[in-house]
Design a protein around this ligand. Structure first.
Ligand code: S3P
Length: 457
């Protein structure tokens, strides 16, 4: 196991690129695997989460060649997957498991989806419930590994039994209780194979990469606000043949990874950095909007579009101490993975930063509200944990701390950037997890002038 050793650092300067967007990467691999022929993807992250999706698709007979940040995927078509010889290991990736649950529910072979200790604690009733409602034979496990007695107590591993001859998933109209792109995509993927339409409504629009990418591939899917409608028979009288042609896509940089160098630049006085080619899909830019609201704007210079109609920009960040402010409602949905980075930024604000409506953070790779509150306190920051968020007082003198990531990549990186502005030495135990989303995190920070190193613990 590795740990990060971080010292207070001087101004960070330079131009950097973050790895490809993890969410778009998962989808590019999945949709490429289901295309009718060879697809090319550039800018793919080497993060372990995307590699879990690659491994699962390979196990179902899809040939995927990886070379640097490029992938060549020999798509087998919607009906071309074959039965894997063993369990499908989703590693730490909730996205892999929830998306595959939808795809596999429609197959004529059975599968079992497993994950690591952190993923095994994450709720799966949210996909199992609606999938069963459309006729899928899928079940999860309770915390002791026995068949889950209820949807509330449904966790990985997931078992999917095959649809038998003559069975088909049905259409579904579903009001989603939580905004979740994973649940939405799971139901869209299963809907590609269904006998009738899939109509979904989210309380707030979550990231819409699936919708953009599938529409660009000609899938009969329509959106209006936070509603999605997919009719696998075709829209407006135009029959759909249930498939798509091969594509060439470039994945933009991951704004969720960019959040950490952004936080670092706002924490370390005198910093000025540029992050090139970052995805700026409006369903993902809640942190950038929040920073503008609290007086720490990140300048954006728009570039061309990347994969499937995804906008991207170069981001320019200059150190400034933000004001206090409130993040709540749809803003939080659009920055859900960036909340730990916002917590780190809040530590140096000139007021109180309050985060509400963020209860989903309790069921991420760790309980991010509790873990982040513990990390902030270890650095000398005063904060109040709320059921659905946190209240953080800015302006305390940060002191170096020894903290553990709890195996959560975004907690490890938030602690590391706090360490750059703290007196003395900071140690972040259990830092290997950073590789799930941002394997180049340490060299990137070093390149900007940060005093950070990874060592064996
Ligand atoms: C993701 C959706 C979000 C996000 C996760 C990636 C996706 O999860 O937190 O990191 O790629 O669909 P939820 O769907 O649980 O909100």
């Amino acid at each position: 196991m590795s740990r990060l050793v971080v010292q207070k650092s001087g101004p960070l300067r330079g131009r950097v690129q973050v790895p490809g967007d993890k969410s778009i990467g998962h989808r590019a691999i999945l949709f490429g695997s289901l295309a009718r022929g060879r697809c090319h993807v550039r800018g793919l992250s080497h993060g372990e989460d995307n590699l879990s999706t690659v491994a699962c698709m390979r196990a179902m007979g899809v040939n995927i060649e990886l070379a640097g940040d490029r992938a060549t995927i020999d798509g087998v078509g919607l009906r071309g997957l074959s039965m894997p010889s063993g369990v499908l290991d989703c590693g730490n990736s909730g996205t892999t498991m929830r998306l595959l649950a939808g795809l596999l529910s429609a197959q004529r072979f059975g599968t079992r989806l497993v994950g690591d200790a952190s993923l095994t604690r994450r709720p799966m009733g949210r996909v199992v419930g609606p999938l069963r409602a459309r006729g899928a034979h899928i079940g999860g496990s309770d915390k002791d590994g026995r068949p889950a007695p209820t949807l509330e107590k449904c966790y990985p591993p997931l078992s999917v039994a095959p649809l038998v001859e003559g069975e088909q998933l049905t259409g579904i109209e579903y009001d989603m209780p939580v905004a979740s792109a994973q649940v939405k995509t799971c139901l869209i993927l299963s809907g590609l194979y269904a006998s009738g339409p899939t109509a979904l409504r989210e309380p707030v629009l979550s990231r819409d990469h699936t919708e953009r990418m599938l529409i660009s591939l000609g899938v009969p899917l329509r959106t209006a606000g936070s509603m999605v409608y997919l009719d696998p028979e075709g829209l407006d009288g135009a029959k759909w043949d249930r498939g798509w042609d091969p594509f060439e896509w470039e994945v933009p940089g991951d704004v969720s990874s960019a959040a950490f160098p952004i936080a670092a630049a706002l924490l370390v006085e005198g910093s000025e950095i540029t992050i090139e080619g970052v995805g700026t899909n409006p369903t993902r830019t809640g942190l950038l909007d929040m920073l503008r609201l609290i007086g720490a704007p990140v300048e954006q210079e728009t570039r061309d579009e990347a994969a499937g109609g995804e906008p991207r920009a170069d981001l320019f960040v200059k150190h400034v101490r933000p004001r206090g402010g409130l993040a709540a409602g749809e803003l939080v949905v659009r920055m859900i993975d960036e909340v730990p980075a916002l917590c780190a930024i809040a530590a140096v604000s000139r007021g109180t930063i309050e985060i509400r409506d963020a209860e989903e953070l309790r069921v991420k790779e760790s309980d991010r509200i509790a873990t982040m509150a513990g990390v902030l306190r270890a650095f000398g920051v005063s904060c109040e944990e709320l059921e659905d968020g946190m209240r953080i007082e800015g302006g305390a003198k940060l002191r170096g701390a020894t903290v553990t990531s709890q195996g959560d990549h975004r907690i490890a990186m938030s602690a590391a950037v706090l360490g750059l502005a703290a007196e003395g030495t900071t140690i972040v135990e259990d830092a290997d997890c950073i590789a799930t989303s941002f394997p180049t995190f340490v060299p990137l920070l070093k390149g900007l002038g940060a005093d950070v190193r990874l060592e064996e613990s």
